[in-house]
Design a protein around this ligand. Sequence first.
Ligand SMILES: N[C@@H](CCC(=O)NCCCC(=O)O)C(=O)O
Length: 259
Amino acid sequence: MRRPVVGIIGNTYMIADTYPGHGTSTMNSEAIARVAECMPLIIPADPLYMTVDELMEACDGFLFTGGRPNVHPEEYGEEATEAHGTFDRARDGITLPLIRACVERGQPFLGICRGFQEVNVAMGGSLHPEIRELPGRKNHRMPTEGSLDERFSRRHPVTFTAGGPFARLMCAEEVQTNTLHGQGIQTAGPRIVIDGTADDGTPEALYVRDAPGFTLSVQWHPEHNAAADPVSRPLFTAFGAAARDWAGARRPHPVLKSA
Ligand SMILES: N[C@@H](CCC(=O)NCCCC(=O)O)C(=O)O
């Protein structure tokens, strides 16, 4: 059987500070190829180039990756302010309808950081532009100095709901994770289940209630050191199994089965 194809949502970057291109970190491709055991395919996420239907036909599952630009607040009914930072409207135009279509059809996805936030917004939730300004919250942003491994080092605990899909998948109710984000979930969408939180109350792990397929998503970055990290590895392995099920029969692999 051919390997399942996982569409890795690309971000827009300036190449050599001169002209725009699409891309993703090799950590994402590596995690999909070597841990999920699927074929990584980087997607130039822009509705000018493709439709959601075409993407769903071409790919068996999707990795909604991290990305510096924030989801546009119009997508959750708020006006943009300076605090909301920069945006990527082309990516919003693909990812938000694609998430809703995957939820409805049971096609698997794994959301990471901005991708986690996109899942919440796509399902009717909202984001806070700068969570470190909320009372009692810590700074979750990427350290401004240090090697890649230092910047992606584990910085806070995440506690999962006892008996929930994440606790079952990780065989632990508490894990340590990295953290590289400024925004965070403000209100969860009606079907979003927050299944893990940081020690300052920031939502860190979610799934979509009653979705027929795999929807596990995390605010941290499991793609770092995915093959060796005991928290990352089960997430990518379970996602790969869900994509294989979909590729084999074009049928969903439910979140609870995956855990
Ligand atoms: N913009 C959001 C999401 C942060 C995020 O995904 N960070 C990783 C960036 C990786 C990259 O630049 O590709 C926020 O700040 O909350």
